[in-house]
Design a binder for this molecule. Structure first.
Ligand code: GRF
Length: 218
């Protein structure tokens, strides 16, 4: 599929370290179908803002993330919005306005281990406590509930018997970093459709070696 002539403008909402933002900065080619146009943070000290500055991407700090007018103004011009470690609730008016144009990445295989309060280490602790042998990354559309909208793509990783919260988190994060640029690229190539898209990995489902190709088909 040939990329659209005008790249899809992408805004990224962040609150923290921004390693997923970095994956987008590194993984979206300059001449590809998606272009990062703004990074918007709920946290003035977020490491993600430093990453954006280094990459020359304009940034906005939200003084009131609950104010739909402020959030919509920051997002003006974005065709696709990515929540990448964004810890604030997106105002309902913003969710409605960006229906099927706002996506979130979550560090587990939803619908398990998601919802209010399930972020950071709590997610991986929950997975380990459950005895599940598989976890992974999920990218889904944002709706009015935390971690709830239609799933776009998932990438599983094994949970090993000796895993700690940290080792599992690192394995899932690696999957996130592969998944996110691939999904943003695929959605942009499809023109950010106004219907829910499901993407399926074309390759091995587990990260277990070098050189695994990751591609998606709708
Ligand atoms: C990631 O695990 C993401 O899935 C979750 O928050 C974390 C953000 O990490 N929503 P980073 O800020 O991208 O490093």
């Amino acid at each position: 599929m040939s990329p659209p002539l005008i790249p899809v403008p992408v805004a990224v909402l962040v609150s923290g370290t921004g390693s997923n933002l970095q994956a987008l900065i590194d993984g979206l080619p300059a001449t590809g179908p998606a272009r990062l146009v703004r990074v918007i943070s709920s946290n003035a000290k977020a490491g993600a803002l430093d990453r954006a500055h280094r990459a020359g991407i304009p940034t906005t700090f939200l003084t009131d993330p609950a104010d739909p007018t402020e959030v919509l103004s920051a997002l003006a011009g974005a065709e696709l919005v990515v929540l990448a470690g964004y810890l604030k609730r997106v105002p309902i008016a913003v969710v409605a306005k960006l229906h099927l144009r706002m996506i979130n990445i979550h560090p587990a295989l939803l619908p398990a281990f998601g919802g209010a309060g399930m972020y950071g280490r709590r997610v991986h602790e929950g997975v380990l406590a459950s005895g599940a042998t598989v976890s992974g990354a999920t990218i889904h559309y944002v709706d009015e509930e935390y971690d709830h909208g239609p799933i776009i793509a998932q990438w599983p990783v094994p949970v090993h018997a000796r895993d700690t919260q940290q080792s599992l988190a690192a394995r899932v994060l690696e999957a996130e970093h592969r998944l996110l640029p691939a999904v943003v690229t695929a959605l942009a190539q499809l023109g950010v459709p106004r219907h829910p898209v499901r993407l399926f990995a074309a390759g091995s489902a587990f990260i277990g070696g070098d050189g695994i190709a990751i591609g998606f088909s709708a």
